[in-house]
Design a protein around this ligand. Structure first.
Ligand SMILES: Cc1ncc(COP(=O)(O)O)c(C=O)c1O
Ligand code: FES
Length: 475
């Protein structure tokens, strides 16, 4: 059988040695898209990759790091787990029999192949439900969090359209929530985009005041994908329940990473994504509360699978993989959390103890430690990303990484454009090692230092000039 089977229960080291070849650099992700940068020149992602490859780099001193510890296959270190995470080999182990042996259609009721497959799907449903304190009947399988978010926002709004026409969300949601809201606005709905405070968190009183008798839904994400802040979900749930408004949360970056309980938190709809929790891509789930019952208009029409809410044959191997990923996350959440926090502290302390003018974006306490977003003043984020080509990083979300526009999330926090342009997101996950973090700290410190030495602004700062006092010539 496969190498995975021969390994038995993998250790972190074994898992790391086997790390799937999925490290997509931010630049490669968007190879077919072209974008207009803030200076209005057309830049294709391919050109940017070439620029990165040919970037003239002043050689930096040998680091003294054992290269073999951090470079397993000659590819960059993967520090972009918010974009996607490598699959846990135990997940692949669970999925394989459903691709080889148990390949029946889970909706076939007339023979054993169907029953076997159905049993796999129902086990997966139970495992997903167990992770968030739900009943398995409340779990609907989808293709990912994008679909779950579309279903929740558009589905609830459209179902209750005759009675209610107002939706509340925040300015820092994932694009798929924001764009679903824009579509609803075109259909005549009214949407409130709540601002966030400087620390990235919403103000609960502002939320409460925004709720009207005609509000159908509040949609607020649990963990932000760019800055890692954790919104006060239980408090938001309490407010929504008291006001009898449905509460949806996009928990794509939170499920399996922090403890969540849909009942304790009064969540009515919760979006889940497989590939953010070391499961397969192309699968996700939506928790839909049964009591009090949430109704939604389905987006997909067809065979009426998934309680009529999501027609289409349920992909058994993917569901089994998502279930296994949830079961592992539940089992190992405390272990992972402690490891990731230690690595995160190591990264932040390593960088901030050696370079000044580094700002951590987002509330340092109410945040998931595996998502560290830092702004390096007087350094252009894009240049730093290109210099750090030994590390797969992103300046924000993968979907918008082709754009050189500063992040709308950082802007919503009130960051000025310069700081928003100089930000980098470090994503630490289950398979990140200490040696990798040390390597990253070493490279970041060296390259930030080198880029600052080339910056006239940095020179002025060193000379004690207050940049804010300068009258720049206007052309
Ligand atoms: C917060 C958040 N919501 C939704 C998504 C979309 O998830 P999926 O790729 O499963 O559609 C992502 C992925 O980037 C995310 O980070
Ligand atoms: S993949 Fe995360 S923002 Fe699109």
């Amino acid at each position: 059988m496969s190498l995975l089977y021969r390994l038995g229960r993998p250790t972190v080291q074994a898992v790391n040695a086997l790390r799937p070849r999925c490290a997509s650099t931010v630049l490669r992700d968007c190879s077919r898209r072209s974008v207009v940068d803030s200076r209005k020149t057309l830049v294709t992602a391919t050109q940017r990759v070439q620029a990165a490859a040919t970037a003239q780099e002043t050689p930096i001193e040998a680091s003294g790091f054992e290269e073999s510890l951090v470079k397993r296959d000659g590819r960059p270190i993967y520090l972009d787990v918010q974009a996607t995470a490598p699959m846990d080999p135990r997940v692949i182990d669970a999925m394989l029999p459903y691709m080889t042996q148990f390949y029946g259609n889970p909706h076939s009721r007339t023979h054993q192949y169907g029953w076997e497959s159905e049993a796999g799907v129902e086990k997966g449903r139970q495992q997903v439900a167990d992770l968030i304190g739900a009943d398995p009947k409340e779990i609907i399988f989808t293709s990912g969090a994008t679909e779950s978010n579309n279903m929740s926002v558009k589905g609830v709004a459209r179902f209750y359209k005759s009675k209610k026409n107002h939706i509340i969300t925040t300015q820092t949601e994932h694009k798929c929530v924001l764009d679903s809201c824009r579509v609803l606005q075109e259909e005549g709905f009214d949407v409130t985009y709540l601002p966030v405070k400087e620390n990235g968190l919403i103000d609960l009183q502002t939320l409460e005041e925004a709720i009207r008798p005609e509000t159908a839904l509040v949609s607020i994400m649990t963990v932000n994908n760019e800055i890692g802040v954790i919104q006060p979900i239980a408090e938001i749930g309490k407010i929504c329940r008291a006001k009898k408004v449905f509460f949806h949360t996009d928990a794509a970056q939170a499920v399996g990473k922090i403890p969540l309980d849909v009942n304790a938190m009064n969540v009515d709809l919760m979006s889940i994504s497989g590939h953010k929790i070391y499961g397969p891509k192309g699968i996700g789930a939506l928790y839909v509360r049964r009591r009090p019952r949430v109704r939604l208009e389905p987006i997909m029409s067809g065979g009426g699978q998934e309680r009529g809410l999501r027609s289409g044959t349920v992909p058994t191997p993917l569901v089994v993989g998502l279930g296994a990923a949830c079961a592992i996350a539940k089992e190992e959440m405390n272990y992972d959390a402690a490891r990731i926090r230690a690595l995160s502290d190591r990264l932040i302390n390593g960088i901030t103890s050696q370079i000044e003018h580094v700002v951590r974006n987002g509330d340092p306490d109410a945040s998931y430690p595996g998502c560290v977003n830092l702004s390096f003043a007087y350094v252009e984020g894009e240049s730093l990303l290109m210099a750090l080509k030994e590390i797969a990083l992103s300046s924000g979300s993968a979907c918008t990484s082709a754009s050189l526009e500063p992040s709308y999330v950082l802007r919503a926090l009130g960051a000025d454009d310069d700081m928003a342009h100089s930000s980098i997101r470090f994503g630490i996950g289950r398979f990140t090692t200490e040696a990798e973090v040390d390597f990253v700290v070493d490279r970041v410190v060296k390259h930030v230092g080198r880029l600052r030495e080339m910056s006239p602004l940095w020179e002025m700062v060193q000379e004690g000039i207050d940049l804010k006092s300068i009258q720049w010539a206007q052309h």
